[in-house]
Design a protein around this ligand. Structure first.
Ligand code: NOJ
Length: 874
């Protein structure tokens, strides 16, 4: 069903007097639409039960925070515990998500706010470059610095939980709408980008949210609604571990405070109530100590989600928003009182949230929200979701920008990726005669931020659309920035090539084109988030604009702002197309960062965070979008571990530009490579450490009076509360159809676990590879050393991609003749495959047969080191 129709139906449902589900017990809702047999799954895919949820607190780094949390939670009433786990309802507070509070202990309504590139829907903020741009820098320091700045802005606005970074989608589907929110189509690039961002954000006390867990690889049909069940991403165990879980593991290892459960199903079970994913993989194997929050309306069952490991429900409403209906809140109170959800589970849910709050130091002078995601006005309703809401000051317009424009510009600049530069066309001379074409060089003619959540493609493309966007506080367009440095540029800010234009022999045409995408709740020019109708082509006839310019001008430079790969074949080989820059999604500093590179103040140093193919059919068919309006989509990952360059290498398909490609205005030489063994490798890691203790509580069912309405309580209509009108009535035990396989006996600790991220021995550095990088050209520049491992498939007994990125390092700006030694550390895990039988990571003993390739792209390898052999130039 087209999404507009769904929205209309949804809205009509909102305002139709449909019966509110009775609150006689959670079982009514569970049986309503949410427990369905997994009939459609292809053979071989399943999501086994894994109960109960492992309690948090057993990792030593979190021990202090858990001790503090235990003190508080042991004193909390049932109402307080339920309050902090459940959202107060859509539009029921200043932030996109708001929990209830526990003010006796100083715990306010927690503010959860998007998003991954800056604060959504606010003012006086920075609109940073997107994740994909950050990935393209291949620069760990910039990734961290951007994370710190993101965190500082969130803290400054009083945001407790900022919802980013994104590592799912990972980039399996090139047309997928939100691949620009993450760092690139490779697990290690995603992992490093996310870990650095998390460390940066959390260093200033903000709780980061790693999302979307997991398999959320396309936008269309992601959600289960009254019309259709969200698609099922069917992923085998090895692929899950080696590709999609990998960046989550690294994020957990970095100490991330929360993880967002995705909308879709995985192997037939919704992520929010998938005990295999949440209880087993995330909380046991990866040792995640924070809390799991649902994506908005991704929760589809109350008891089922609690038992499967969900800790916080957002925004708190049931299946239909704004009816005062919930799966948790008062329903969770009922489920505790009648014994359906064990008190132990609720204690763990509350403890995980409070411990995370302490862990980030939010008990100490943390600001309350001073903005509203709902309006730009200074005053207004405090709870716009309520018909009759108290009003007050909702926006204090606090400026949190500081000097973050500096890091925003540095990221945008150092991400710019030079794909082609014939005859040293770039950099441009400042006095060159320039003709600038394309609406993408200019402003949005309707005004800055005129499209809600950036849901349009007008003017320079600075980011995609949806919840992952931010309002631009200002925008320096390429047009502004070029005008600032050149007095010899003429602008044709249109997507149609002007007729009658004359081109002198020394004129250079600079053509701006773009490709947009975003989140599914907004459709832009026929694209429902995913690039459904645009395909992998530039928007607004960008190819024709380039072709027209190439006909007239003998020198054409193409600048591309894009969410992901596009097909370049309509113009890339035209003789006058001399240079091509991918500027990705640069955020507010679009113009200045581009000009820095265009005119040669800086050499480009970005690299492609994905492959650009010759044609879309070069990808495996299984990574196409699936557009199936009825019935549950079975999206089966039959390409397995072979996505992006892994596929191109395996299938021996030459791409137009390989993963990691990016030229410079100078050239680099890689020499004096050396390999040192740091930790000898056994086949499997040493045994995991045992779990530490977790908080203990009195887990008896509390008195029903704890969820009675407080005296003289001023209720807000449709606001979601933990209270019950008749608490005593809730105590009678309801027959509840527990998930099959439900048990209260803890599972034996998984062999691959042991601490945050997994067995800590997985992060033992096995080898260091050092290489000297020298600038052999005539301009200053930065080089990236990308390290790809070639693993001995036969020793490991599995099929493997020929090369896999595992590490990268970037030099400082090297002057001509300058050099720097880079050392790249490779861990045990980097050299391991997931052994599905042993359920553990298996490495080649002592790294026998491993080769380390270092180069400037996956197809431009400069040196290789063999374990037990020599390093040599290639
Ligand atoms: C849905 C999106 O998928 C998620 O990324 C976002 O954080 C929430 N909406 C809240 O806006």
């Amino acid at each position: 069903m087209p999404s507009l129709m769904r929205v209309l139906l949804f809205v009509s449902l909102l305002f139709c007097p449909i019966p509110v589900l009775s609150s006689s017990g959670p079982e009514d809702k569970e049986s309503n639409l949410h427990i369905r047999p997994r009939t459609d799954l292809p053979p071989g895919y399943s999501s086994p039960d894994y109960y109960p949820t492992p309690n948090g607190g057993w990792v030593s780094e979190w021990a202090d925070a858990y001790a503090k949390a235990q003190k508080v939670v042991s004193q909390m009433t049932l109402a307080e515990k339920v309050n902090i786990t459940s959202g107060t309802g859509y539009f029921m507070g200043p932030c996109v998500g708001n929990t209830g509070s526990a003010l006796r202990f100083g715990i306010p309504n927690l503010c959860l706010q998007d998003g991954p590139l800056g604060i959504r829907n606010t003012d006086h903020n920075t609109a940073f470059p997107a994740g994909i741009t950050t990935g393209a820098t291949f620069d760990k320091e910039l990734m961290y610095a951007r994370g710190v700045a993101l965190g500082q802005e969130a803290r400054g606005k009083g945001i407790n939980v900022q919802m980013g970074p994104v590592v799912g989608p990972l980039g399996r589907k090139p047309r997928s709408g939100r691949i620009w929110e993450g760092f690139g189509a490779d697990p290690s690039l995603q992992a490093i980008g996310a870990a650095k961002t998390i460390q940066g954000m959390q260093s200033v006390g903000v709780i980061a949210t790693l999302k979307h867990f997991i398999g959320n690889e396309q936008e269309m049909y992601r959600m289960t609604d009254v019309f259709q069940q969200g698609y099922s991403s069917n992923i085998d165990d090895r692929t899950l571990h080696e590709i999609y879980l990998w960046p989550f593991a690294e994020g957990v290892r970095a100490g991330v405070g929360s993880v967002m459960a995705a909308y879709n199903d995985v192997n037939g079970t919704a992520c929010t109530q998938n005990s295999k994913l949440l209880n087993d993989l995330l909380k046991d194997e990866l040792g995640f100590q924070g809390f799991v929050v649902s994506d908005w309306y991704a929760q589809i069952g109350g008891v089922s989600s609690a038992l499967a490991g969900l800790d916080m429900a957002m925004p708190g409403d049931g299946a239909v928003p704004l009816l005062g209906d919930s799966f948790w809140n008062y329903e969770l109170s009922t489920a505790i009182l009648n014994g359906t959800v064990p008190v132990e589970r609720l204690n763990d849910m509350a403890t995980r949230i409070v411990a995370t709050w302490y862990k980030m130091g939010q008990d100490k002078e943390y600001p309350l929200p001073n903005f509203s995601t709902n309006t730009q006005d200074a005053t207004g309703p405090l709870y716009p979701g309520a018909l009759f809401s108290p009003t007050g000051v909702v926006n204090q317009f606090v400026n949190v920008q500081a000097d973050h424009n500096v890091v925003a510009r540095a990221v945008a600049r150092d991400a710019i990726t030079l794909l082609k530069n014939v005859d040293n066309t770039l950099p441009l001379k400042r006095n060159a005669s320039l003709k600038i074409f394309g609406a993408d060089a200019g402003p949005n003619p309707d005004g800055l931020n005129s499209c809600s959540d950036q849901g349009c493609d007008k003017g320079v493309l600075t980011m995609g659309w949806g919840s992952g966007s931010a309002r631009l506080p200002y925008l320096i367009t390429p047009q502004d920035a070029i005008r600032n440095v050149s007095s010899n540029a003429q602008f044709y800010i249109s997507d149609s090539f002007p007729s009658g234009i004359s081109a002198g022999p020394n004129d250079i045409a600079v053509v701006f084109i773009n490709a947009d995408s975003g989140e599914n709740y907004i459709t832009v020019e026929g694209n429902p988030g995913d690039r459904l109708v645009a395909g992998l082509y530039s928007w607004h006839n960008g190819d024709e604009l380039v072709q027209a310019a190439a006909k007239k001008f003998s020198t054409v430079v193409v600048v591309v702002h894009t969410v992901g790969p596009i097909i370049l074949e309509n113009w890339i080989d035209l003789p006058s197309v001399k240079a091509v820059l991918f500027a990705h999604l640069p955020g507010q500093e679009a113009g200045d960062s581009l000009v820095d590179v265009l005119f040669g103040d800086y050499s480009p140093s970005g690299h492609l965070p994905y492959t650009i193919p010759y044609k879309e059919s070069d990808y495996p068919a299984s990574v196409s979008l699936i557009d199936q309006p009825f019935g549950q989509i079975q999206d089966t990952y039959t390409e397995r571990i072979y996505i992006d360059y892994r596929h191109f290498l395996q299938a021996n398909i030459t791409p137009r530009y390989p993963f990691g490609h990016g030229l410079s205005y100078t050239t680099f030489n890689f020499s004096e490579a050396s390999l040192s063994t740091i930790t000898p490798l056994t086949q499997y890691p040493p045994s995991r450490p045992p779990k530490g203790p977790t908080p203990t509580y009195n887990n008896t069912i509390p008195p029903a009076s704890e969820v009675a309405w407080p005296k003289d309580f001023n209720r807000i209509w449709r606001y979601l509360y933990p209270y019950l009108d008749n608490p005593e009535a809730a105590t009678s035990t309801a027959p509840y159809p527990y998930p099959t396989g439900y048990t209260t006996t803890p599972q034996p600790p998984p062999r691959a676990g042991g601490s945050q991220g997994g067995n800590p021995a997985l992060w033992d550095v096995a080898f260091n590879v050092s290489v000297k990088v020298s600038n052999t050209g005539s301009r200053p520049g930065r080089a990236v050393a990308q390290l790809y491992v070639e693993l001995p498939a036969s020793t490991l007994g599995v099929d493997l991609p020929p090369l896999q990125l595992r590490q990268f390092e970037k030099t400082a700006i090297l002057p001509p003749g300058g050099s720097q030694v880079l050392t790249l550390s490779v861990t045990r895990k980097d050299l391991s495959i997931w052994d599905v039988v042993a359920q553990d990571w298996k490495a080649p003993v002592n790294g026998q047969g491993v080769k380390f390739w270092i180069g400037e792209s996956v197809a431009d390898l400069k040196v290789v080191c063999e374990v037990g052999g020599q390093c040599r130039r290639v």
